[in-house]
Write a protein that binds this ligand. Structure first.
Ligand SMILES: C[S@@+](CC[C@H](N)C(=O)[O-])C[C@H]1O[C@@H](n2cnc3c(N)ncnc32)[C@H](O)[C@@H]1O
Length: 504
């Protein structure tokens, strides 16, 4: 559906009023609209002439369109389209899915600006995602099914520009580290003369746990071998992208695993990190251990029993195994017999009911499996998809445990009590003769802390996440950093990255 509204040539950069109603609607629907200073900054730069034709591919309530009358917006929400209709006379609004519109339109634009939806891959599915992927592939950008919606939004928007065109967008800070963000930046550098990413420390959207950065790209039809990366403490209105920052060559960016986040630390820290990475004496965690997620029960509360429940039900001890249930259990730096004893004394639910497919099921356990709790547990997705439903697979006794969600940094502890570990922690199996004591000592080095920050990724809310493949890349060395000054440089870099993920 097209809604053509009369052109009453609204002046450039009129104030965009945001009412309390707008704010509560944003909160209710999760569609967070862009602050005025950001809207004006992106549009001021993107527009060169009053006659420029501007595209906002996900225009929401039309706040980007409202500052320029010669605009085209696309928006799938009928209620938002209605607001645009009332608020932005002179704009052409296409109601519906951007990707299906983009595949049909013949129109090409001088510039584009906006704030694409950040719909995570779990919800970015079906026909819309397929249409998005098809279009991106046509333009040489390939996204995995784990991509968030903003990535194809940017690529397809770029493909609708005229030669020499430009675009300026709000992007999630994931552009600095997510694997699926790499094809976006690669595409941008192949299609534009200049690409600039602005990292902003103080939140652009204070109500969101997610950080947002900005992306500017100029000279569609050209290409560049670098991305300009400009970290800012605070963003305020600016008619041009802020100067300064680093020219990050694509070759360098690839060396850092296709991430911009490492460029938030000092050049000295990066240099030391690179030297350590090249040293023959430095190991990666994956060289000396296998790191994986723990076992998945599908119904943790059912499968982990308290000692008091074990006694009440009469479950035989040989079918129970003490388990590390979560990262908090690693807080004291050890999992030993004393630790397990203290959990049992506190009647914590840490005894895994460990039945194999071949196990004889004794009568007390059979009664528990057939209890109301057991009947509920067997309906869960994981239990439904294994046979028999009560035999939890992949239960191993690792050499150590690693927390994978942390504020201060991931904790590595040895498994001195023969525990098993749920998928709330990583399990670590040593593979090449280096012992846990030695590994734990290496883990306390500042270089390792920096490596966790660089190889892991921020999750919002101050947390750092370390996926198994990221953990495998963590560097270990107690010889690479020799002087106090170098140590300080590395420690400062750790503090800087913690600050960028808002961990105080
Ligand atoms: C983050 S809001 C941004 C709105 C506006 N550009 C702003 O910054 O204030 C994203 C908008 O994209 C819209 N949207 C989501 N998926 C879409 C799609 N496939 N096609 C068109 N619009 C879509 C949502 O309804 C929402 O209004």
């Amino acid at each position: 559906m097209k809604i053509r509204v009369p052109n009453n040539s609204a002046p450039l950069f009129d104030d965009v009023a945001v009412s309390n109603d707008d704010v509560s609607r944003e909160k209710a629907t999760g569609a967070y609209y862009t602050p005025d200073a950001v809207v004006r900054s992106l549009i001021s730069w993107a527009l060169r002439r009053p006659t420029d034709r501007l595209l906002d591919p996900s225009c929401g309530d039309g706040r980007f369109l409202s500052v320029h009358s010669n605009s085209v917006g696309v928006e799938q929400e009928p209620s938002a389209c209605k607001i645009v209709h009332e608020r932005v006379p002179g704009s052409l609004i296409h109601q519906g899915d951007f990707f299906s519109w983009a595949s049909r339109t013949q129109e090409r634009f001088d510039c584009a600006a906006g704030n694409p939806p950040f719909i995570r891959y779990q919800r970015f599915t079906g026909e819309v995602r397929e249409a998005a992927q098809r279009l991106c592939e046509k333009h040489g950008a390939f996204f995995s099914s784990l991509s968030s919606s903003w990535a194809p939004f940017l690529v397809v928007t770029a493909s609708l520009l005229k030669p020499g065109g430009r675009m300026a967008f709000v992007v999630p800070a994931e552009i600095g580290h997510a694997p699926y963000a790499a094809p976006v930046l690669e595409y941008m550098t192949k299609q534009f003369d200049c690409v600039q990413v602005i990292a902003v420390l103080n939140k652009l959207f204070p109500e969101l746990s997610e950080d947002c950065w900005l992306l500017y790209a100029d000279g569609f039809g050209g290409s560049t071998r670098e991305v300009r990366f400009t970290p800012l403490e605070h963003f305020s209105f600016c008619a041009r992208p802020p100067r300064g920052g680093l020219a990050v060559s694509l070759a360098e960016w690839k060396q850092w695993n296709g991430r911009l986040r490492p460029f938030l630390v000092s050049a000295e820290a990066r240099e030391l990190y690179s030297i350590a990475a090249d040293s023959r004496r430095t190991r990666r965690l994956g060289d000396i251990a296998r790191v994986g997620i723990g076992y998945v029960t599908g119904a943790n509360d059912f499968f982990h029993l308290r000692p008091s429940t074990v006694d009440r039900l009469g479950v035989p001890r040989n079918l129970l195994h003490p388990a590390v249930r979560n990262g908090k259990s690693l807080a004291n730096g050890c999992v030993d017999q004393a630790c397990v004893k203290s959990w049992l004394a506190a009647d914590e639910p840490i005894m895994l009911l460990r039945l194999s497919p071949e196990s004889e099921v004794p009568a007390p356990v059979r009664r528990y499996l057939d209890s109301p709790a057991g009947r509920d547990a067997r309906k869960t997705y994981k239990c439904r998809n294994r046979n028999p439903w009560y035999a939890v697979p992949d239960v191993t006794v690792p050499d150590g445990f690693l927390s994978y969600m942390s504020g201060d940094g991931p904790k590595l502890v040895s498994n001195g009590a023969g525990c098993v570990g749920t998928n709330s922690v990583h399990v670590v199996h040593l593979t090449n003769g280096i012992g846990m004591d030695r590994l734990m000592k290496l883990w306390t080095e500042p270089l390792t802390a920096l490596s966790c920050e660089i190889e892991g990724h921020p999750l919002g809310g101050g947390m750092l996440k370390l996926e198994p493949r990221e953990a495998a890349r963590v560097m270990l060395s107690d010889t690479a950093i020799r002087t106090d000054k170098d140590r300080e440089t590395i420690e400062d870099a750790v503090v800087a990255l913690k600050r960028w993920r808002h961990y105080v």
